[in-house]
Design a protein around this ligand. Structure first.
Ligand SMILES: [Zn+2]
Length: 379
């Protein structure tokens, strides 16, 4: 469900998108308002009227979420950070920061801007609620939006990285120690503890008759737990690859095959002999294609003695090639977004090595194992 987002419009130069999961939540909100909350606080209206009021309230929530993310985005832009866009999804929104804040001060202001906006909206809707005495359709909508914005501000201020409050906590730790990675580790640790607490509370509440709202807490806890771990992992990966180039991390001088070899020869002399399931096809020093075990399997085994590499190899495309000078972070992006698990490292078409996701992960693991104090090669 994630990753299927639809662009709605541009606001201050930011792309506003909704994920399919948000539409589900929006429908759930409309349904629960129209069938539960509204008939209770506004008795005596028809089904159609409840539905219309519920849709308006949901659109108000939608606008509130966008303003929250917009506040993050505008402050991030002022601090010189790129923003990919704003996407609303399951539990709210994300302003997609292209890179991490460069200083603890930037981090603090960017993180606090969202909850500050939600608090401001809660205050404004609160005043509007008082002005309308919380009465009638308009007063009911104002009261709903005042409380929902207050909840948004409080929830986002929970000190659980990567929630806004967790980012504020990280900014504070970062400022104290000067070590961003260590600050992130602690802040996401706090996120994990808090998430487990929320889940336990939700489970307890559900078991003692809280029903749906308890399960809701469990779900939110689960979401925070995953998000805090993923955010820290992502940072470890970035840190592990920083300043490294493809040439340093690739497997140099890989086993190669020629296009006139039979599949039987490839299997026996190359793949089984050297424990590789992938080989570049090289002709007169230049890469012309690649072959792997899955392509071999498509040919019935009885033909392996006669079928040649030239018949089954994948011809080379630009998507298969990567330059040795490319940064390891770009290479990771290519490997994780692209269709290939392995890339051929070549200058022009001259083979230099092979780079796989495993090469990158192996390097990150070693950086981790050596610890933060280990000497690093100059960048
Ligand atoms: Zn936020």
């Amino acid at each position: 469900m994630f990753g299927h987002s639809v662009k709605l419009f541009d606001l201050f130069g930011f792309e506003i998108k909704v994920d399919a999961s948000w539409l589900l939540i929006a429908a759930l909100i409309v349904w629960s308002l129209a069938s539960g909350y509204l008939p209770q606080v506004l008795p005596g209206l028809g089904q159609g009227a409840y539905l219309a009021v519920a849709v308006i309230a949901m659109l108000g929530l939608f606008g509130s979420l966008i303003l929250h993310e917009l506040a993050h985005s505008l402050v991030a832009r002022r601090h010189g950070l790129g923003i990919g866009g704003i996407t609303l999804f399951l539990f709210g929104g994300v302003a997609e920061l292209v890179d991490e804040p460069r200083s603890a001060t930037s981090e603090f202001w960017i993180a606090i801007a969202g909850p500050a906006m939600s608090l401001l909206l809660a205050g404004l809707f609160g005043l509007a609620t008082m002005a309308t005495h919380a009465a009638g359709i308009v007063g009911t909508i104002f009261a709903y939006l005042a409380s929902i914005n207050l909840i948004l501000a409080v929830f986002n201020l929970l000190p659980a990285f990567p929630l806004d409050g967790g980012r504020v906590l990280r900014a504070w730790l970062w400022r104290r120690s000067g070590d961003m990675l260590e600050a992130t580790r602690k802040a996401s640790g706090a996120g994990t503890v808090l998430a487990l607490g929320l889940m336990a509370l939700g489970l307890f509440s559900a078991l003692s008759g809280g029903g749906i709202s308890g399960m809701w807490l469990v779900l939110i806890g689960f979401f925070v737990l995953n998000a805090s771990r993923a955010a820290y992992q992502r940072l470890l990966v970035q840190d592990g690859l920083r300043g490294r180039r493809v040439a340093e991390l690739m497997t140099p001088d890989p086993w190669t095959v020629t296009s006139d070899m039979t599949l039987a020869e490839v299997a026996d002399r190359v793949m089984l002999a050297h424990a590789v399931s992938f080989a570049p096809v090289v002709e007169q020093g230049l890469v012309i294609g690649q072959i792997d075990a899955s392509r071999m399997r498509e040919v019935p085994r009885e033909h392996w003695a006669t079928a040649r590499v030239a018949d089954v190899m994948a011809p080379l495309t630009d998507a298969d090639l990567i330059a040795p000078r490319m940064t390891a972070e770009e290479a990771l992006h290519r490997l994780s977004e692209g269709p290939h698990r392995k890339l051929i490292v070549a200058e022009g078409r001259r083979l230099r090595g092979i780079l796989s996701l495993r090469d990158l992960m192996g390097h990150i693991a070693v950086v981790q194992a050596l610890g933060r104090g280990a000497p690093r090669r100059p960048e």
